[in-house]
Design a binder for this molecule. Structure first.
Ligand code: F0G
Length: 466
């Protein structure tokens, strides 16, 4: 595969440190086999997340210097609002400090206990925010999106049948709105097609419920539409974005992804009453409506990042880099969810380590082993993150897939560093049955993957001698 061409040159660099296998083994044990607890200074290539980890451009850094810190009606807010309206097209723009704050405002004001929020697949914080208000988070992704082997262009699409079944089961009055996550992070960073958005939008209109986008990776989704969907090749990314968002009534956004900043987010809504309720809570929790928990300079950097992310050279490079990591893994025989997503490659832990049963967290075993073997930090997207209780029976329901996400920060790592990561994955696979399963020694009541501690099943070493 050709090397995707970087449409920029490097102006600032940050040193990283290599560690020894002994140091990493010790740190991993101390961290309770949870890489969220490993110090970043002991991580060589950090693919834990693409969130808040982007390298900002010279123009974004310049925007930080010229940000307007006025408490009310700052120039930076006007730029932020105008840029967002231009891309997303919604009437109300509510700044928040990150995506989950936007979710929190929306769910606290528009969702009542016992209600149901369908989504293609809720991200972990989205699910937790829905459940926090006593509502049910329902995943309705089409079955193709749950098949890690199938090669299909739009595996983030929602199943209209599952959506209709949800309306039939719960009734329209229990469903305050429908969400679509673009791209579908928990299902492999897979895009949603414009055709599916149109179909979901038409269904929602018929049912008279709003459609809200979780727009974190909207530009990457738009790029996939441009490249893969019939009749879209000649449309600009900007045009596709306008077309997508016109199908909905608002969005939640973590600017830490496709706005190319280290902190920030927003909630957009068309409906005046919904926006007013969210704004009232914003003032209580986040800040005045023209800064919402951010500094003026942060708003300015978001506006600049949103203009940059629409650049097709950037998107071709960005998504090409992720695809190339997948191509390298293929050459090495490492199984991953197909095709590669916009922001990440998702390793298929069950096929990498078939000897580890699902109850022993195979994806967490791969994650821990990647760190131990090579200092590469990934994130588990499997039972540790997503096992949940069945709302009817209360029984634990394991997720359909056991994935390990290699999330590629934007504009940060080189092809050489990602080749190193691919080799590390192959080395982990070669360890095979020498790697022990894991068991939980402590967990919090929700979002356990962030802070839970684990140990090799029954104690003893994580990696058996050869
Ligand atoms: N929605 C999606 C689809 C996300 O991926 C995230 C964050 C959020 C909402 C919440 O945004 O972090 O700004 O509060 N995802 C990060 C990740 C954390 O690693 O995928 P936030």
């Amino acid at each position: 595969m050709d090397l995707p061409f970087e449409p920029y040159r490097i102006k600032v660099v940050e040193k990283i440190r290599r560690t020894s296998p002994q140091e990493r083994a010790q740190l991993l044990e101390l961290a309770g086999y949870n890489v969220f607890k490993v110090p970043s200074t002991a991580v060589y290539v950090d693919l834990l997340t693409d969130s808040g980890t982007s390298a900002m451009s010279d123009l974004q850094w310049a925007a930080l210097m010229t940000g307007d810190e006025a408490y009310a009606q700052s120039r930076s807010f006007s730029d932020f609002e105008a840029t967002i309206r231009d891309i997303f097209g919604y009437r109300h723009v509510i700044p928040t400090h990150q995506g989950r704050a936007a979710e929190g405002l929306l769910f606290a004001t528009a969702v009542k206990p016992g209600q149901v929020v369908p989504n293609n697949i809720h991200f972990d914080t989205t699910r937790a925010n829905v459940e926090h208000v006593g509502a049910i988070a329902l995943d309705c992704v089409a079955d193709a999106g749950l098949d890690p082997v199938l090669e299909a262009p739009f595996k983030g699409d929602m199943s209209l049948e599952k959506l209709a079944a949800a309306f039939a089961k719960y009734g329209r009055e229990r469903i305050p709105f429908v969400m679509l996550t673009i791209t579908n992070n928990s299902g492999g960073g897979q895009p949603v097609s414009l055709a599916n958005m149109r179909a979901v939008s038409a269904f929602c209109r018929e049912q008279r419920v709003p459609l809200i986008f979780d727009a974190c990776r909207f530009a990457e989704n738009a790029w996939f539409i441009q490249q893969r969907e019939a009749g879209c090749r000649d449309k600009s990314i900007h045009e596709i974005c306008r077309e997508m968002f016109a199908l909905g009534h608002g969005c939640t956004m973590s600017a830490k992804k496709d706005a190319l900043v280290n902190i920030g987010g927003f909630l957009c809504l068309d409906d005046d009453a919904m926006a007013q309720a969210a704004t009232n809570l914003l003032i209580l929790r986040e800040g005045f409506p023209t800064y919402g928990g951010l500094a003026g300079r942060d708003l300015a950097a978001v506006a600049q990042g949103l203009r940059e992310v629409l650049d097709e050279d950037y998107l071709a490079y960005r998504i090409g880099q992720v695809a190339r990591l997948g191509a390298r893994l293929d050459e090495l025989g490492v199984p991953f969810l197909r095709p590669t997503g916009g922001h990440a490659v998702y390793l298929d832990a069950r096929r990498m380590l078939p000897h580890v049963p699902q109850r022993e967290f195979p994806a967490q075993v791969v994650t821990a082993a990647l760190y131990r073997t090579a200092g590469v930090r990934a994130v588990e997207i499997g039972s540790l993150m997503f096992e949940h209780k069945d709302p009817d029976t209360g029984k634990p329901v394991p997720p359909a897939m056991e994935l390990v996400r290699l999330a590629v920060p934007r504009r940060v790592y080189t092809h050489t560093q990602l080749d190193f990561v691919a080799d590390a994955c192959a080395r982990v696979m070669e360890l095979g049955p020498r790697l022990r399963g894991l068991e939980i020694t402590w967990e919090p009541p929700s979002l356990r993957h962030f802070t839970a501690t684990l140990r090799p099943v029954g104690g003893g070493p994580f990696l058996a001698d050869a």
